[in-house]
Design a protein around this ligand. Structure first.
Ligand code: AHM
Ligand code: MG
Length: 330
């Protein structure tokens, strides 16, 4: 049952969470706290990302004072920031991160599992192009206080209670859902606050943008190749940043399709199911769009390993439906 958003544009994230308490499942305040923890860590990461071009300069300056503390890569730093915030918060019992081979146990008394890609698209940082954080929140299946089990970790996307992303772009945004629509917040640096800027986001049902790495076209399957030909016949706009959150965000607001397909070389595509595809799929569906692996719904895939990959088709309903239909015809 849909609850309306009880918050006007311009309210702070904190107030939004308070005003919409009934939209935060289980309403115990823990999920709200988790989102606050994530928001706080994202501000720290934002500060570091925005200084990225100065790293070498500041690094040499600091080497004078602090005895040359080793400069860490930003994706590693982001992982540390988010892990620390979630550990301190205490609500999470385990963390799955792109940066770690296996999951990390946090607080056994925590009720939630977090999956995160702390800094996606990090190869773009060196050239001052947008990057993002993607996250997903699940309830644990096993009893609180006991060790985390595989059934807690390997949950389907349909089990998500919240998901979101942070886009470190021209301005920094936090976009998330708790299963009651999607809302976007823009960060105001000097005040250190996120303000509601995009309430109840809906993906246009149709669109005219396609986003795919066409450099791989020699390895495309026939269904993908003919779908892309169709996009060109329509004179669609090709837009591809190569930073998933940026490509996703643009298509969600403008209408379009993003595809990271299976190729003849990589049958599973590139993107990771648990902390890239699933959170963006939850947001997409909440915004009225579709997310599939070229066949079925992403969120119904049962994960079998932590870092498993999946082909990813996401965006406007009509476009994704058509691409899907194409992959079913032989
Ligand atoms: P990463 O997690 O190693 O940063 O890779 C994920 C990124 C996405 O942000 C982006 O959509 C995709 O890889 C681009 O891949 P490609 O360069 O193959 O087009
Ligand atoms: Mg990634």
């Amino acid at each position: 049952e849909e609850s309306r958003i009880a918050t006007p544009i311009g309210t702070t994230l904190d107030r939004f969470i308070k005003n919409n308490q009934e939209n935060f499942k289980y309403a115990t305040g823990e999920l709200s706290q988790l989102l606050r923890d994530i928001a706080l860590a994202s501000k720290v990461v934002n500060r570091e990302v925005s200084k990225a071009g100065l790293v070498d300069i500041i690094g040499t300056l600091e080497a004078h004072n602090s005895g040359g503390e080793q400069q860490k890569k930003l994706d590693v730093l982001a992982n540390i920031r988010f892990t620390r915030a979630l550990k301190k918060g205490g609500e999470a019992c385990a963390l799955i991160s792109e940066e770690n081979d296996s999951y990390e146990e946090l607080n056994r008394d925590g009720k939630y599992i977090i999956a995160i890609d702390p800094l996606d698209g990090s190869s773009n940082i060196d050239v001052n192009v947008s990057v993002g954080t993607i996250f997903s929140i699940y309830r644990r299946k096993t009893e609180v206080g006991t060790p985390v089990q595989e059934i807690d970790i390997l949950q389907k996307g349909t089990e998500q209670v919240a998901a979101g992303y942070v886009l470190y772009g021209a301005s920094t945004m936090l976009v998330f859902t708790t299963g009651h629509g999607v809302n976007g917040f823009t960060y105001e640096q000097s005040l250190g606050e996120y303000f509601l800027s995009n309430a109840d986001i809906k993906i246009p049902k149709d669109g005219s943008i396609y986003s795919i790495n066409e450099g791989l076209s020699k390895d495309f399957l026939p269904s993908v190749a003919s779908y892309i030909d169709w996009c060109k016949e329509q004179s669609f706009n090709a837009r591809y940043v190569g930073s998933l959150v940026a490509d996703f965000h643009r298509n969600m607001l403008k209408g379009g399709i993003y595809i990271y397909p299976a190729t003849t070389k990589k049958a599973e595509g590139k993107l990771r199911l648990i902390y890239e595809c699933n959170p963006l799929s939850f947001i997409t569906e909440q915004a009225g769009g579709l997310a599939t692996d070229g066949n079925g719904r992403i969120m119904e895939i049962q994960p079998t390993t932590l870092h498993q990959r999946s082909p990813f088709y996401v965006g406007s309903e009509k476009l994704v439906e058509r691409a899907n239909a194409g992959s079913k015809v032989k």
